[in-house]
Design a binder for this molecule. Structure first.
Ligand code: MLC
Ligand code: AMP
Length: 497
């Protein structure tokens, strides 16, 4: 066993790794279950040699067994969104050319027909109980480990490929900066097809020998009861979750609120990231709980890059300084290196945690790097030594509830609607979601469309967070002299700045 995540698990032994409604599981359990699954995945092969293995498994023992089992067998995990629609799963399975789909008894009925149609073998975790012992392959750090799908400035999501070495660098940087230890206890309610849940919570926790309590989804009342019981020392969430928790605290009785806030106040670290944390939320959280949220900045392609200080200043509205092992620079629009404060530029990142390629997209990969530095597409400025995120270079990227969405992908779906002939999708500011999806559409002659019927139609095709929350039917979309839709003018149609 040569992957550090697993060799470290050996030393954590009988310590509790996972806690769930169904019981607790030690590090030894994770190793045993992943060993058995690795052997089942291998069948008569000696090494999966980077075959893609899609995971459709809820958070918990079976997820870790599937992830570690794939890695130990030499495969590449492609975690799928549990709430995605069939067309979205089909896209990920086809694009990654998945050979195997690991799932659970409950989810097998939903993904089974797709596997039959597309060809990958389906493996139900609980069906694998005993296997004949055998050697597992040597998996070197330079090998591909994971493909995460991320939306961007192309219509369809791209697969971000990280190696075991990238993942290790991402973990080690955060473990050092935020002082993770085996005494930590953290809740995991974020989805496990994105880096925030997979690396920052699950992998950092397991690397450190900590205890992770898994939930099938975010549910404020359940979580608050556990916080009141002092179940956690560390907490990580997207801004939307802090907004929802503030709403829940405000509607609780004053004695319950005091007990929950005391629980939050006793944690050693609370982190926010994946989207901008409004200063007002930072302040309100501090007033309620006495906790200064630590905001950090990251991206699927690079892991985490910038962070406020664990032991120093946590400045509202800022994302701090480069994390250990990460190099960050700003480049101006005219491609000049920015060397002074208060001058905005694009964030570019270099280091061992940065991914190497988009899956099967060599040209986009090349375009995404500037002399070895990854071009994030995010603009920032340094003020008094701390980076501040100013926004994104592309108007076509929307961040909603911490999910990155492509306006172009949503537009492509809307154009399949029988009465829509033109459309423009933008993100508009939203107090809960950060940004909400809004669509301006031109309809076919004599047709009509309302938001509820559009949402119902979209539900068959796209995950809920991609579905427009606002709809505006217009006679024509605003266009420039070249005939291109002008998104700033579309924003004005929605009364958005
Ligand atoms: C859900 N709803 C939305 C929405 N998402 N409405 C508008 N905008 C959105 N984005 C609606 C649903 O349609 C539904 O409405 C209702 O809200 C409840 O849906 P839900 O799915 O049950 O919501 P909930 O479980 O409360 O989800 C909220 C959330 C979730 C914040 C827990 O969005 C989440 O887990 N976000 C985190 C995503 C994440 O991990 N991102 C990290 C990416 S990595 P109705 O009408 O049907 O009731 C990354 C790098 C980095 O960014 O730096 O970390
Ligand atoms: P994803 O592609 O889903 O990994 O999302 C990464 C993007 O989330 C980044 O490129 C940023 O635009 C955004 N992001 C992450 N953290 C922050 C933050 N603290 N503040 C503002 N934006 C953030």
């Amino acid at each position: 066993m040569n992957l550090p995540l697993m060799t470290r698990a050996v030393s954590h032994g009988d310590a509790v790794a996972l806690r769930a409604e169904t019981g607790t599981h030690s590090y030894r359990d994770l190793l045993e279950r992943s060993r058995v699954l690795a052997i089942a995945l291998l069948g008569d092969r000696d090494d999966l040699r980077e075959a893609r293995v899609a995971l459709l498994v809820p958070p918990g023992l079976e997820y870790v067994a599937a992830q570690w089992g794939t890695w130990r067998a030499g495969g590449v995990t492609t975690p799928l969104c549990l709430s995605a629609t069939e067309p979205e799963w089909e896209y990920s399975l086809t694009d990654s050319d998945a050979e195997i789909v690991i799932t659970t008894t409950e989810l097998a009925a939903r993904i089974g027909p797709l596997c039959q149609r597309l060809g990958p073998r389906m493996l139900v975790v609980s069906d694998v109980t005993t296997v004949a012992p055998r050697e597992l392959p040597d998996v070197t750090p330079d090998r591909r480990a994971m493909i995460l799908y991320t939306s961007g400035t192309t219509s369809k999501p791209k697969g971000v490929v990280t190696t075991h070495a990238n993942i290790q660098a991402q973990i080690e940087s955060l473990v050092a900066a935020w002082e993770w230890s085996a005494t930590d206890r953290i809740p995991l309610f974020l989805p496990l097809h994105h880096i925030h849940g997979i690396i920052n919570v699950l992998s950092c926790g397991l690397w450190s020998g900590a205890q992770i309590e898994t939930f099938s989804k975010f549910d404020a009342p359940t979580l608050l009861d556990r916080v009141r019981a002092d179940a956690y020392s560390v907490f990580m969430a997207v801004p939307t979750i802090y907004v929802k928790l503030i709403q829940a605290l405000q509607s609780a009785s004053s004695s319950d609120r005091d007990a929950y806030c005391t629980g939050f106040g006793r944690m050693r670290l609370m982190v926010s990231g994946s989207a901008a944390l409004p200063g007002s939320v930072h302040e309100e959280w501090f007033q309620l709980t006495g906790q200064k949220l630590l905001e950090r900045y990251g991206m699927t392609e690079i892991g985490m890059a910038l962070s406020n200080a664990y032991r120093g200043e946590r400045r509202p509205g800022a994302v701090g300084v480069p994390l250990p092992g990460v190099e960050v620079r700003l480049k101006s629009e005219s491609s000049q290196l920015i060397r002074s404060e208060n001058e905005p530029g694009e964030i570019q990142v270099r280091g061992p945690s940065v991914f190497g390629e988009y899956w099967n997209r060599p040209e986009i990969t090349v375009e995404s790097f500037d002399d070895g530095w990854f071009r994030t597409g995010d603009m920032a400025v340094i003020e008094d030594g701390y980076y501040h995120i100013m926004g994104r270079l592309s108007v076509d990227i929307i961040k909603s509830g911490g999910y990155k969405l492509s306006a172009l992908e949503i537009e492509a779906t809307l154009l399949e609607h029988p009465v829509i002939c033109e459309c423009a999708v933008i993100g508009i500011p939203d107090d809960t979601w950060g940004e909400a999806v809004a669509a301006a559409v031109v309809l076919k002659d004599g047709a009509s469309l309302d938001i509820d019927s559009l949402r119902a139609w979209c539900r068959e095709r796209q995950s809920t967070y991609k579905i427009p929350k606002q709809l505006l039917v217009v006679d024509a979309l605003p266009r420039n002299a070249m005939g291109k839709v002008t998104k700033p003018a579309v924003r004005q149609l929605f009364g958005s700045p």
